[in-house]
Design a protein. Structure first.
Length: 270
């Protein structure tokens, strides 16, 4: 073997795929990819609960696709680490022999990795943009009701434009009815997150952001702040009650006029 060749060249000019350590890495890679892909996608979805809107079903689909697309990368890193850690370690005074292969000096390996990561990024960008476009279309639904959402340390309040000044700290929504949220904050940045409906948007002081969803399940679901906003951020959560149209109308009519509805339906702060 010539001393003039770099270790990386040796590695790729020998029949590297027949090496025992390479075969071990490939086997661990396949197992780790399957485990990481399955567990990561399942645990995330279970943690968020059953979907309460079509938007959430799309979000779960997107999470699953992204997780499976990235799990071979995570699986490969895990396989290299596990294979290396499982080898005999050197004990005693004599140093171990230098490694006879060095993949870091191989231009071919570098090129393969750059191409794979570029393709993965492009895939995430295109699929993500397509999903976002669906959310934007929902904002234009003319049959939607409107709710103004105000975040402040550390609570959410909901105003119903067009009602008699109804303000509530529990969100009520009619089932199967599109709703547009106009979201702002009184103090610092928060993030309005209706967990089981797959809706999340920043609440910024001085601005109104908008998002929309159609709840399709009757029940009680979680609303949380998803932006670290101070000491009691973890407690900045309340509930959304999705009910029949009749129950919703009854609830709205039973609420006292608090004089808090200060926005227009378009979301501008008056
Ligand atoms: Cu917060």
């Amino acid at each position: 073997m010539s001393d003039l060749r770099s270790p990386g060249q040796d590695y790729f000019q020998s029949k590297w795929w027949k090496r025992k350590d390479v075969k071990q890495v490939v086997v661990i890679w396949i197992i780790a990819t399957a485990l990481i892909g399955y567990l990561s996608s399942k645990i995330q979805v279970i943690a968020m609960g059953n979907p309460a809107s079509e938007t959430m079903e799309n979000v779960i689909h997107l999470i699953t696709v992204f997780t499976w697309a990235s799990s071979p990368v995570a699986g490969f890193v895990a396989a290299l680490a596990l294979q290396a850690l499982s080898q005999k370690r050197h004990h005693g005074d004599n140093p171990p022999p230098e490694a006879d292969h060095n993949i870091s000096s191989s231009p071919r390996a570098t090129a393969v990795w750059i191409i794979i990561s570029a393709l993965l990024c492009l895939f995430a960008l295109v699929v993500g943009l397509i999903a976002l476009q669906k959310d934007d279309q929902a904002l234009l639904d003319r049959s939607a009701i409107h709710v103004n959402v105000t975040g402040q340390q550390w609570a959410w309040n909901y105003d119903y434009p067009g009602s008699t000044g109804v303000r509530s700290n529990v969100l009520h929504l009619p089932v199967d009815q599109p709703v547009v949220f106009h979201v702002t904050s009184k103090d610092v940045k928060h993030s309005f997150w209706v967990v089981q409906m797959g809706v999340k948007i920043d609440a910024n002081p001085g601005y109104v952001t908008q998002t929309a969803v159609t709840p399709n399940e009757i029940g009680t679901f979680d609303i949380r702040c998803a932006e670290l906003c101070g000491l009691l951020h973890a407690y900045m959560q309340n509930k959304v009650i999705v009910e029949s149209k009749a129950d919703y109308e009854k609830w709205l009519a039973s609420q006292p006029d608090t004089g808090h509805t200060t926005w227009t339906a378009e979301g501008a702060i008056e």
